[in-house]
Design a protein around this ligand. Structure first.
Ligand SMILES: Nc1ncnc2c1ncn2[C@@H]1O[C@H](COP(=O)(O)OP(=O)(O)OP(=O)(O)O)[C@@H](O)[C@H]1O
Length: 725
């Protein structure tokens, strides 16, 4: 080759490298962009789905599972896209490499290809195993996250009852199972990585072993080109293709879990009201507002173009939570108009809450017609608050209107509570704030519904969580005054209030056994009077049991000597109030923001040291990183050097030393020595070369295995130790 051709080729190589950088980086940027968009789209779908889930679906899955989907599964989408194109690039490159190899070593190139294909096919096997392991790991992780979120939610109770120990043990047990599953996956990763890292050396060993046994002469030029091409094949096929398959497999597993979640039953309220069988002619103008809010307790809003008065009509034939469940609501027919107060009463478990949820579209299996004309709001029996200020909990995203806000606060009897709290309506409540009592939470829920200013209200026993004085206030100021022009369906056990109802529905085992105006029912039905008496008696019994239980010793804890002791509910209440009194003043929204700030900048060197210390101790980590890594590299370089030396000697023996090679001094000496060897000596010399080469590759294999296993388990151990801390 002339010097000018060599220069030209060198410039060409530099130019191609620079050109590939210009292409590769924008390509990777675009693919990252696409991956992020896809992840955001998946997250959006999941968030939207959470808002649409039916109560039946929410009963079957924990919040931990949903958090896991959003954090763990969604994050599998991005890496799946990064290497996706290598799925077709890798086979193409293998074909090109085969053609070049064919030029030098003819059919021996198939050895390299066979081994490469073997490793590629084994990826599918690893993939299957990996999916299984990942599914198992995720189910254990789900379990752990679920318990953790329960502990965090009920931290005060856990601390008050000294339950830290048992909970810690439970978490440790689950974590142990999780670590075992993770270890299996690491072992699988180790096998994959081992074959990838030793790919070039094992391929050379197989090719050179074949040539050695068949007495085919070696060519140093082939070694130079082959080591370069095999390095490239290793990167593209063994690494990128491998990552592509591994990430794709993990993505498929995550996608299946996400799909199962997305296919979970949704609240059917929209379909039910939209379905033609449930629409009456005058409802043809009903349409959904664009900013529909469909949280589990605040209703979907509907508006009617003609502004006709609100109305509710219920012709329910049957409604069930599950298709074959023993409990069903049957034959409930009534209607209501503005100003109506419909009280639903009945014994515990008679289906009062189920009726309200059927009206709001939460019950899955339903036959009949329900017509809700204009907007509605559902206030559930179990109150829910989120971590923010009291004010934000009431506004719930609506614009602040001070007049309306004051009216709502007065109607919900929250004024006194605001005065008691240091920051009034700005007090932070929820996880990071003040703990509200059950009655306070119930009134915040009620206030939130009132602030929506809907036309139809479904109130599920809001008067039970409060004392007599407050329940009277709520009934008078909220239900009779504030909601006087609205349709109000009130479930209650407080039978003293039903006198004011425009209609009373008595439920028993899911059926409306009595229905009408209070006075009429009382006069004409002895069973109604008896039922009222029963409910009243039941209420009184419940109240007296509660007060008796207050006096009883009900709980256990540990004293200073670690002995089990009983603590009375009263004592606990006193302790709780003193805890609350001792609490620092509730954080303001600004404090909140400060608490949320993140550390920015580089990871500190101290953190790396901590990580290695947790993984295997600093000394072991040093030995692992510097000694084993260096040994592996040195052995790999030595194996190459040995092969080059051997190839050179083959060239001398067969007199194919390139003319251009500068081999005047030491090499020519070696060359003449090799040339003067007898055939027997040459064979012995060749065998020696081969056996030593085999030994080097075996050592390299072992060192690589030690390196990979040690590194993977160092990381796992660091994760375990840091988690346990
Ligand atoms: N979300 C739900 N999923 C499945 N079944 C439910 C659900 N809610 C209630 N049920 C079932 O419906 C039946 C009636 O319960 P419901 O809560 O409607 O009674 P209730 O009259 O409101 O009782 P209470 O007076 O205690 O509030 C019960 O058998 C209950 O198990």
């Amino acid at each position: 080759m002339s010097a000018s051709t060599a220069w030209l080729l060198a410039v060409g190589i530099i130019f191609m490298s620079a050109f590939s950088s210009f292409i590769y980086h924008p390509y990777f940027y675009q693919i990252q962009l696409c991956a992020i968009q896809l992840r955001v789209a998946y997250s959006g779908l999941l968030y939207r789905k959470v808002l649409r889930l039916s109560s039946r679906s929410t009963n079957t899955m924990s919040s931990g599972q949903i958090i896991n989907l959003l954090s763990n599964d969604v994050s599998q989408i991005e890496p799946a896209l990064y290497f996706i194109n290598y799925i077709w690039v890798a086979p193409l490159e293998v074909i090109i490499v085969v053609l070049i190899f064919w030029h030098f070593v003819k059919w021996i190139s198939f050895i390299a290809i066979g081994y490469t294909l073997f490793l590629l096919l084994s990826q599918f096997f690893y993939g299957q195993l990996s999916i299984r392991l990942r599914t198992r790991i995720l189910s254990v992780t789900d379990e752990r996250v679920k318990i953790m979120s329960e502990i965090i939610k009920s931290m005060r109770i856990v601390k008050m009852y000294c339950w830290e120990g048992p909970f810690e043990q439970q978490i440790k047990n689950i974590r142990k199972r999780e670590i075992i599953q993770l270890s299996y996956r690491l072992l699988l990763n180790c096998v994959q990585t081992l074959f990838s890292h030793t790919y070039i050396y094992v391929t050379f060993l197989m090719m050179y072993a074949t040539m050695w046994s068949l007495n085919i002469q070696f060519d140093t030029r082939f070694f130079a080109i082959a080591s370069c091409l095999l390095g490239y094949v290793r990167w593209v096929v063994m690494d990128c293709f491998n990552y592509a398959i591994r990430n794709l497999v993990q993505y498929v597993a995550a996608k299946r879990r996400i799909e199962t979640f997305l296919l979970a039953d949704e609240s059917e309220r929209d379909d039910r009201i939209r379905s033609p069988s449930n629409l009456e002619s005058d409802l043809s103008s009903v349409e959904l507002l664009p900013n529909v809010s469909s949280s589990s307790y605040l209703s979907t809003n509907r508006i009617d173009k003609n502004h006709s008065p609100s109305s509710l009509s219920c012709h329910l034939k049957i409604a069930q939570w599950k298709q074959d469940s023993s409990f069903a609501l049957k034959n409930i027919v009534f209607d209501a108009h503005p100003g109506d107060l419909v009280c639903v009463i009945g014994p515990v478990g008679s289906g009062k809450s189920s009726l309200l949820q059927t009206l709001s579209g939460e019950v899955a299996y339903f036959e009949g017609k329900i017509r809700l004309h204009r907007t509605f709001c559902y206030v559930p029996q179990e109150s829910w608050i989120f971590s923010s200020s009291l004010k934000q909990n009431i506004l719930f995203g609506k614009k602040y209107d001070s007049k309306l806000f004051q009216k709502v606060v007065h109607a919900s009897a929250l004024e006194e509570d605001f005065l008691q709290l240091q920051h009034g309506e700005h007090t932070i409540i929820g996880d990071q704030g003040v703990m509200l009592s059950g009655g306070q939470k119930a009134r915040v829920n009620l206030a939130r519904a009132l602030y929506r200013d809907a036309d139809i209200y479904f109130l599920d026993d809001p008067l039970s969580a409060v004392d007599v004085k407050v329940s009277n206030h709520l009934f008078e100021k909220c239900i009779k005054t504030y909601l006087k022009n609205k349709i109000c369906i009130l479930v209650t056990h407080q039978v003293q209030f039903i006198k004011d109802a425009t209609k009373v529905i008595v439920l028993k085992n899911g059926e409306a056994v009595q229905q009408g105006i209070y006075q009429e029912l009382l006069q004409h039905s002895t069973s109604f009077a008896k039922l009222l008496e029963d409910i009243h008696q039941h209420e009184q019994d419940t109240a007296s049991i509660t007060s008796n239980e207050e006096k009883k010793h009900v709980s256990v804890g540990k004293n200073d000597n670690d002995e089990m002791i009983e603590i009375s509910e009263h004592t606990l209440q006193t302790q709780l109030s003193s805890l609350q009194e001792d609490e620092p003043s509730p954080p303001t929204p600004t404090d909140f923001q400060q608490g949320e700030t993140k550390a920015i900048g580089n990871v500190k060197f101290r953190d790396y040291l901590d990580y290695f210390r947790a993984g295997a101790g600093l000394l072991m980590a040093f030995i692992l990183i510097f000694v084993i890594f260096s040994m592996q590299q040195a052995t790999a370089i030595f194996s190459n050097w040995w092969l080059v030396k051997w190839s050179d000697e083959e060239s001398f023996r067969h007199s194919v030393i390139p003319k251009s090679s500068n081999c005047s001094s030491p090499l020519s000496k070696v060359g003449s020595k090799i040339k003067t060897m007898s055939d027997a000596q040459w064979h012995l010399h060749r065998n020696e070369k081969f056996y030593i080469y085999c030994g080097i590759i075996v050592i390299l294999f072992i060192i690589t295995l030690i390196r990979i296993v040690a590194t993977e388990f160092l990381c796992l151990n660091a994760a375990r130790v840091l988690h346990d801390r």
